[in-house]
Write a protein that binds this ligand. Structure first.
Ligand SMILES: Cc1cc2nc3c(=O)[nH]c(=O)nc-3n(C[C@H](O)[C@H](O)[C@H](O)COP(=O)(O)O)c2cc1C
Length: 181
């Protein structure tokens, strides 16, 4: 199996990175392959909300030519996802929001059900890394995001877990992340 670990922090030595490393260790210990994606290293532009609101995202693509296309394509070749964001202002980080805003449009398409979807029915784990507060609203917005990514159908949602990691609980939560993968 291949599992993509998506991180969205500028900090290469912070809590987000520790969560991603724990996930990577767990994935490799389970004899799966970890595909690590650091959104902050990539060039991903913000959604332009084309025309009157929808562009070719209605067909599962985005007109912008940047690293989004590369990651989106790669998502089709993996079996599951771990998404780790730092908590900024009780929300996911800007790089996560920019990426997932565009992914949601390309994937959560209610009008073309015949479209081949790259993440539908694949399991995911969401992790919010904070100093202390805001993991719950951040995870709630991630749950809402994946609800839309799965065409607003609770039956299709294959979430495995929503995990809040803080400076207070990291000693056992990092072990838990490694363990559950
Ligand atoms: C702009 C900004 C906003 C933040 N907002 C919160 C917050 O709402 N709650 C919190 O507990 N920590 C907050 N923090 C702290 C980060 O969540 C914390 O440092 C976390 O570990 C960041 O991930 P990192 O270690 O990968 O940098 C904020 C940090 C920044 C830079």
């Amino acid at each position: 199996m291949k599992i993509m670990v998506i991180t969205s922090s500028p900090n290469i030595e912070g809590l987000t990175e520790s969560c991603a490393t724990a996930a990577e260790k767990g994935i490799e210990r389970g004899n799966s392959e970890a595909i690590m994606v650091r959104l902050n290293d990539l060039n991903i532009l913000k959604c332009e909300a084309c025309d009157e609101g929808w562009g070719i995202c209605l067909e599962g693509k985005c007109k912008l030519e940047d690293d989004f296309e590369v990651v989106h394509k790669a998502m089709g070749a993996v079996d599951g996802f771990v998404v780790v964001t730092p908590v900024y202002f009780h929300e996911m980080s800007e790089s996560a929001k920019t990426f997932f805003d565009r992914l949601r449009r390309c994937e959560a398409n209610y009008f073309t059900p015949e479209k081949i979807n790259k993440i539908q029915n694949k399991p995911f784990i969401c992790v919010a890394a904070a100093t202390g507060g805001g993991t719950l609203p951040c995870l709630t917005s991630m749950e809402r995001l994946f609800f839309h990514l799965n065409k607003m159908d609770h039956k299709n949602i294959t979430s495995f877990d929503y995990i809040g990691v803080t400076q207070r609980n990291k000693d056992y939560m990092l072990d838990a992340i490694e363990e559950l993968l």
